[in-house]
Design a protein. Structure first.
Length: 420
């Protein structure tokens, strides 16, 4: 019998403050619809210097362990996927291990490839378990990032921050992965990058979107070839992509998911052996079906719209949003997931939603995490953005969360909020 491997539970962490996206638009002299309808945004997380990739990752991981009664002695791997690391050598994961007092007898490291880094960690963990090398142990994979483009820039409304922690094990209550069916596509491109020493990324926006769509096409076709060979999907009256109950995408901004879904459908329509529309114009029109997007994609974007871009965590924030709202209805059904990281790498994979997914999602306390945030004015948001990154304000962290307290002699000291 094939071993089941996948995501047993998850937890999220977000900054303590956010700004309303319509208020930001008005402050910039922009029609709010450009941000709300054009980008699909509602709110944007605002991280201060005390809320870095370590503190967010540690908070998410601590919630994962606490809410699911995880036995730390059964964790054999800790991986943090991030593109906003805080040291050229020492990984974020080592900080998280120390803050959570996890065992020394485990594998600990970071994975970096722009927004794909978290998926790289998830695949390493799931294949480690599936191979038998884990010997019954589980892994924690944390995706933690801060998307920062700066004040009054074109990318400003697509900023955000947060972390998603995943418990990967042989008890995939949330999502049993189809190990081995993955499709990958990678290319050497300069669509988005952040040179050493810069806090803000350099982006070639239109080119990056095209790179995303090209990589999606290659990765999806790779998955589809394997899925057809294993009869997970078939060519028929319903195209392979239509046979997935839901499809989740990397979400730099919510409207990108619509573009991505159109491209995926176009791949199926172009490649169908028979029965598909003959002309490119007809295929393009069918690919843009609003009904398909609403049925397969839209319900996954609720959290992304309220938090913003979280780089490595954006796909898994979409997973959290989907399962938070629909886990019971999707039990036993297969979903698809598309990860993309600039530079670039892409992976399409799939899995089956578990029967205990609704129970597990109830333990994530998603609504309470969001409700505890403070809405700040644009003026306060701008003040926070202008703070020096190496001098965090002396604020007391909320119970169960971590915060960077100081940097002294190039060493970082973090504090945890006392239990209430």
């Amino acid at each position: 019998m094939k071993k089941l491997v996948g995501i047993e539970a998850l937890a999220i962490a977000v900054p303590s403050r956010y700004v309303d996206i319509q208020e930001l638009a008005l402050a910039r002299g922009v029609d709010p619809a450009k941000y709300t309808a054009g980008l699909g945004a509602k709110e944007m997380a605002v991280a201060d210097p005390g809320e870095d990739s370590v503190s967010l990752a540690a908070t998410a991981a601590a919630r994962l362990v606490r809410n699911n009664n995880v036995d730390p002695s059964r964790i054999g791997m800790l991986v943090v996927g991030t593109e906003t690391g805080i040291d050229h050598s020492k990984p974020v994961a080592s900080h998280v291990q120390g803050l959570l007092k996890l065992p020394n007898s485990m594998r600990v490291y970071d994975t970096q490839h722009a927004c794909y880094g978290g998926t790289a960690g998830l695949m390493a963990a799931s294949e480690w378990i599936a191979s038998g090398a884990a010997a019954g142990r589980s892994a924690i994979v944390v995706c933690s990032d801060i998307a920062r483009y700066g004040l009054n820039t074109a990318g400003e409304p697509t900023q955000g921050a947060g972390a998603v922690a995943l418990l990967v094990s042989e008890q995939p209550d949330l999502l049993a992965l189809d190990v081995g069916l993955n499709g990958s596509c990678s290319m050497d491109v300069y669509d988005f990058w952040r040179p050493l020493g810069r806090r803000e990324a350099v982006v070639d926006g239109h080119y990056s979107i095209q790179c995303y769509l090209d990589a999606l096409s290659g990765a999806y076709r790779g998955w589809r070839e394997r899925a057809l060979a294993h009869e997970v999907v078939r060519w028929g009256s319903n195209l392979p992509g239509e046979q997935l109950a839901r499809i989740l995408y990397h979400v730099p901004f919510c409207k990108m998911a619509r573009k991505a879904h159109t491209q995926l459908r176009l791949c199926d329509l172009q490649d169908a052996p028979s029965g598909a529309p003959a002309t490119p114009e007809a295929r393009d029109e069918l690919a843009k079906s609003a009904a398909s997007y609403e049925a397969q994609v839209a319900s996954s974007l609720s959290l992304n719209a309220r938090i913003g871009n979280v780089y490595t965590a954006s796909l898994y924030l979409a997973l959290a949003g989907l399962l938070h709202g629909e886990s019971a209805a999707l039990s036993g059904q297969r979903i698809g997931l598309l990860s993309y990281g600039s530079g670039c790498a892409s992976e399409f994979f799939s899995g089956v939603v578990g029967e205990k997914a609704a129970k597990r999602m109830a333990q994530t306390d998603v609504e309470s995490v969001l409700a505890r945030r403070e809405r700040v004015s644009v003026k306060e948001y701008e003040r926070i953005m202008n703070l020096p990154y190496d001098a965090p304000e002396a604020l007391t962290p909320a119970a169960g969360t971590f915060r960077l307290a100081e940097i002294r002699d190039f060493k970082r000291r973090y504090v945890e909020g006392a239990a209430s």
